[in-house]
Design a protein around this ligand. Structure first.
Ligand SMILES: Nc1ncnc2c1ncn2[C@@H]1O[C@H](COP(=O)(O)OP(=O)(O)O)[C@@H](O)[C@H]1O
Ligand SMILES: [Mg+2]
Length: 529
């Protein structure tokens, strides 16, 4: 690797007179080349036009003392070395036209000479990677006119002390995102680690998906707090569940309205997007948003402007967006319910939060978290007896525990046991009772979903129902469901025989369906569609 120095010829510091005494004086640019422990292969002297004499002298002296050095020059054309705009543009132009070959060369930008403004500009250009390399700073010494020098690498991650501070700060942020819970699930931990990077570095929309109760809303709130602590947001956190927005109210809640926009609009209203200006807007259940609102939202994200309901004037609002959903948005696009372009916008950073049953390693630390939370909220410390604890944990981590509503279920479960505990001790009896209750809850939910079985029983005569295999029951239930949804028998037939009907020369979907139903003593018109 070659060492290349880029240095501004200093009108004052490099100019110590043209007489012999100059050899015994410190001249930063010249002196920097006099250290044998630092072999320089090339120097680029940046100079102003009026410094021709000083430039020539310096070049001659360098040539005389350093044998194998290449000397290049570049003229800077600013009138006033203290004018930030002029100096920055000139240095930026130099950086732009010069080809830096960092594979072959180490570049050092000398910041001792030049006006303070020039030094600041070099620093800025270095930090923004326009000047790739290290900064070098030199100073006089009592011992030798060569003086001393030190390099400064703005790649802060190379400094152990600074890197460990960054690491500590990042760990604190990660822990904040995890609500202080020491989670062990690999997938979840990796997700949060990346999310921390993104939250700190980016203002692009973030999409958080996952089933109910996995912590989407809580995570959005934590991201807001994190960004706020880092001074990246000054506005509010504004949350809305899109499933609650309907009709005129939806437009107006989000984008505001002007007085008289619709019946009942008795005064102007700002709307949530305005309220979130400089802050964060969390749109929960974004899949439920209506078509018009989706179009308007897309524009508000892309151009940061939108039109309040009933207004002819655009307003602007700058907010960070986090969207949450437990729906598969691709499927909603297929059904024409969600805009593909909107998804593309909000999908840049998508995080799917895993269900609690896929994070069984995290159940234990989460139980601790829920107990702490209970203690804080109720001012009463509660803990398990040790056998009770193992029993509960074994169940909680087993495949019998479906944790259907995820953290909501765990949260309720701990609250129940804590409330029933006497003297803050959760006993085995309480745990047994709780496990029973959870099982009933979860099984109940499954049976509930099967209430269609009851309906089937009702439609069929008892002797037919009794003889049905599970296979037939399942099939029949689906067929009846489709019949109920269809306009008429032909329509239902088309849906049900969608593939095989294409092989038939004459369409007979209705007859086929009629025959199928008849086997079970059913008639289309009695299915209550
Ligand atoms: N990572 C987590 N660990 C433990 N509890 C959590 C976590 N995330 C959320 N919770 C709790 O679970 C419940 C549901 O969280 P929420 O964010 O509302 O879920 P979602 O929005 O996905 O339905 C809340 O009581 C919340 O405090
Ligand atoms: Mg939620």
């Amino acid at each position: 690797m070659n060492n290349i120095i880029i240095s501004i010829l200093g009108q004052r510091l490099d100019n110590v007179g043209f007489g012999k005494k100059r050899w015994f004086r410190w001249r930063p640019t010249f002196s920097l080349l006099q250290h044998h422990e630092f072999q320089v292969d090339e120097i680029i002297l940046l100079h102003q036009e009026e410094e021709k004499d000083l430039l020539n002298l310096t070049m001659r002296d360098i040539e005389q003392t350093c044998l194998n050095i290449d000397i290049k020059t570049h003229q800077l054309n600013y009138q006033d070395p203290w004018d930030f705009e002029q100096v920055y543009s000139e240095l930026h132009d130099f950086a732009h036209q010069y080809t830096f070959d960092t594979e072959r060369n180490n570049y050092y930008f000398h910041i001792t000479t030049g006006s303070h403004v020039a030094q600041i500009c070099i620093y800025l250009l270095n930090e923004a990677n326009y000047f790739p390399g290290k900064l070098i700073q030199s100073s006089p010494s009592k011992v030798s006119p060569a003086g001393t020098f030190r390099t400064i690498d703005l790649d802060l991650s190379r400094y152990d002390q600074i890197a460990s501070r960054f690491h500590k700060e990042s760990q604190e942020s990660i822990s904040h995102l995890k609500s202080g819970i020491k989670t062990r699930n690999k997938r979840y931990n990796e997700l949060i680690r990346e999310l921390e990077n993104v939250a700190v570095r980016s203002t692009a929309p973030i999409l958080i998906t996952g089933p109910t109760g996995v912590g989407k809303s809580q995570l959005a709130k934590r991201i807001y707090e994190l960004k706020q602590r880092r001074g990246q947001l000054s506005g509010k956190l504004v949350e809305v569940n899109c499933a609650t927005l309907r009709g005129d109210n939806a437009m107006s809640t989000l984008f505001g309205h002007v007085k008289g926009a619709y019946t009942g609009a008795t005064s102007d209203r700002a709307g949530l997007l305005q309220e979130a200006d400089q802050g964060l807007l969390f749109l929960d259940e974004i899949g439920e948003l209506g078509q018009d609102e989706q179009a308007m939202l897309l524009r508000a994200i892309e151009d940061k402007i939108f039109t309040p309901f009933g207004s002819d004037k655009e307003v602007s609002s700058d907010f960070q967006l986090i969207a949450g959903t437990n729906k598969n948005l691709y499927r909603r696009i297929e059904k024409g319910l969600f805009r593909e372009d909107l998804l593309a916008r909000i999908n840049l950073w998508r995080y799917e939060l895993p269900s609690l049953k896929d994070r069984y390693e995290d159940i234990e630390p989460n139980i601790e978290y829920e107990l702490r939370r209970y203690a804080q909220e109720n001012n009463q410390k509660v803990s398990f007896n040790s056998t009770a604890r193992s029993k509960y944990l074994a169940f909680a981590q087993s495949s019998y525990a479906s944790w259907k509503a995820n953290f909501r279920d765990l949260n309720s479960s701990i609250i129940r046991m804590a409330t029933l505990s006497n003297g803050g001790r959760i006993t085995e009896a309480i745990v047994d009772n709780e496990i029973h209750r959870l099982q009933l809850d979860w099984n109940g939910a499954i049976n509930n979903r099967d209430s269609s079985d009851e309906r089937l029983k009702h439609l069929l005569s008892a002797d037919i129902y009794e003889k049905l295999d599970l296979f037939e029951r399942l099939q029949l239930k689906q067929v009846i469901k489709i019949c109920k949804k269809s306009k008429n028998m032909a329509d239902a037939g088309r849906t049900l025989f969608d593939k095989s009907r294409l092989q038939q020369s004459k369409s007979n979907d209705s007859q086929r369906l009629r025959a199928y139903l008849k086997k079970y003593g059913l008639e289309f018109r009695n299915l209550g569609h």
